[in-house]
Design a protein around this ligand. Sequence first.
Ligand SMILES: NC(=O)C1=CN([C@@H]2O[C@H](COP(=O)(O)OP(=O)(O)OC[C@H]3O[C@@H](n4cnc5c(N)ncnc54)[C@H](OP(=O)(O)O)[C@@H]3O)[C@@H](O)[C@H]2O)C=CC1
Ligand SMILES: C[C@H](O)[C@@H]1OC(=O)[C@H](O)[C@@H]1O
Length: 244
Amino acid sequence: MTGASTGIGRAAAIGAAQHGADVAINYHSDDAGAASCVAEIKALGRLAVAIKGDVADPATATDFVTRACDALGKVDVFVNNAGICPFHAFLDMPAETLERTMRVNLHGAYYMVQAAANRMVAQGHGGSIIAVSSISALVGGEYQTHYTPTKAGVHSLMQSAAIALGRHGIRCNSVLPGTILTEINKDDLADEGKRTRMAARVPLGRLGAPEDLAGPIVFLASDLARYVTGAALLVDGGAFVNLQ
Ligand SMILES: NC(=O)C1=CN([C@@H]2O[C@H](COP(=O)(O)OP(=O)(O)OC[C@H]3O[C@@H](n4cnc5c(N)ncnc54)[C@H](OP(=O)(O)O)[C@@H]3O)[C@@H](O)[C@H]2O)C=CC1
Ligand SMILES: C[C@H](O)[C@@H]1OC(=O)[C@H](O)[C@@H]1O
């Protein structure tokens, strides 16, 4: 699980452990968050290890998969979740903000998924790969012109990887969260007006919590989804379909 020191990744890692998984987590900077996630998983009686690394660096991917398998024995499920969304207007988007967002969200996903898939192929007993894409793969955002293409890219990566890896018994799917209250949008949603507007769009009547993603991710990881590959599961409280 990448990006699991906080937010959706953390909730999904703990959710997986609640359903019997041992979990290796990647994170970038939040040592305390990663340590507390590991402690929470161990308290559930499962094995857990935190491995620090920047997913934008291709070397992080093989390092993470190697060290995770050294600690836990093998990889049956891989969840690509790490991501950033530094909100910024389009017309004066700094090149470094665009480049960093692409490298973390899309290039990072590519190298991580590739490293996990190579390990699964070598193990020879299939697996499940899940990418955390977004409702933003399907709709735009004024201050997310650098971000939404990465989420569409991650969704597309899962579709192509499903074809490339099907013969190895490896399923590849994405989840598309709506607006989930986490660190990534804490500043953006400090604007009460925006927060109220976003919540009003959700037929289920509230913005999401990180834990809302745990069930869908565990489902796609599990044999309950054994004939599901190349799929995208919206987890947005109904926001996407709510035109009028
Ligand atoms: N929240 C939302 O509304 C939505 C989020 N998403 C997606 O969900 C995913 C998780 O987001 P969310 O939980 O909200 O965000 P958070 O900011 O709460 O968590 C992001 C996680 O990603 C890690 N991370 C960030 N950059 C890197 C990096 N370069 N290398 C490794 N890890 C990194 C962070 O680690 P650390 O803290 O240690 O730096 C942290 O663990 C993202 O891909 C996001 O695009 C999709 C749709 C909606
Ligand atoms: C960070 C945003 O609030 C969040 O990210 C997404 O992918 C969603 O579409 C929301 O815009």
